[in-house]
Design a protein around this ligand. Structure first.
Ligand SMILES: C[S@@+](CC[C@H](N)C(=O)[O-])C[C@H]1O[C@@H](n2cnc3c(N)ncnc32)[C@H](O)[C@@H]1O
Length: 240
């Protein structure tokens, strides 16, 4: 497995580098025949190349529509539905799980959705290295891995430093929408966002909102419902 080291995060080893804490575990996951075909034939139409170059949204999407980044789309069923319902927006969808990427590619083809581009890599790295400053009109993070055990909390993607990175890449007025079915993670999200001058909570009571119309029910959310979990949506506006 390739190890990625970051200068900024040290653990006191000699070189001052440490292995980056990742918010995901790469599961093997078998590809269906259709997904394998999609990854070969459709990736050139919808895929974002892996490189170190900054993304140029105009070149990527072929227009200047606002770009919304979705992090960890899973099987992408919510992604294609949002994109199909909002052709006036562009969607930069990021997921590391290849079967999910294959699934979304097939759905984009089936429903003739043209305003989605897919990156199959760590969204935090993509955001950090390749997404231009003040370029995103929105960020959506639906049902991120909850990492329920205390010793794993550091793997949760929603952390203060991650939100600092979001602030840098989001336009003033851009919307950050998070949802989770894990109540302690919902409270953690509120805590991370608490007292930030650069985000305003759009909930009337400063906590959660009802599910906004733009968010379809996701696969992971349905699983949570079967387990009797609640659903918590958090919507914040990036202040100027
Ligand atoms: C619990 S699943 C939820 C999937 C989907 N949003 C849903 O609601 O059905 C979380 C997903 O986020 C992906 N993920 C976690 N960290 C990621 C990262 N840093 N970059 C890209 N994908 C990530 C995982 O691979 C996983 O598929």
């Amino acid at each position: 497995m390739t190890r990625v080291f970051h200068k900024t995060e040290t653990d006191g080893n000699a070189a001052g580098y440490r292995r980056r804490v990742r918010s995901f575990v790469l599961r093997a996951g078998r590809l269906t025949e259709g997904q394998s075909r999609a990854l070969k034939e459709l990736w050139p139409l919808y895929g974002v190349d892996t490189s170190e170059d900054k993304l140029d949204f105009w070149t990527l999407f072929g227009n200047e529509q606002p770009v919304i980044m979705e992090i960890g789309f899973g099987n992408g069923d919510a992604t294609w539905q949002m994109a199909s319902a909002h052709p006036e927006e562009n969607y930069l969808a990021v997921e590391v799980h290849r079967p999910g990427v294959g699934h979304l590619l097939l759905k984009l083809e089936e429903h003739a959705v043209s305003n989605v581009r897919i990156a199959c890599e760590d969204a935090v790295e993509l955001l950090d290295k390749r997404v231009p400053v003040a370029s995103l009109a929105g960020v959506r993070i639906y049902f991120p891995d909850p990492w329920p055990k205390k010793r794993h909390h550091k793997r949760r993607i929603i952390q203060s430093r991650f939100v600092d990175l979001l602030v840098e890449k989001m336009l003033p007025g851009a919307i950050l929408h998070m949802a989770t079915d894990w109540e302690p993670y919902a409270e953690h999200m509120l805590e991370v966002m608490h007292n930030r001058q650069d985000f305003e909570n759009l909930s009337p009571d400063g906590r959660f909102v009802s599910k906004p119309d733009w968010r379809p029910v996701t696969k992971y959310e349905k699983r949570g419902e079967r387990l009797g979990h609640g659903v918590f949506d958090l919507v914040f506006r990036r202040t100027a």
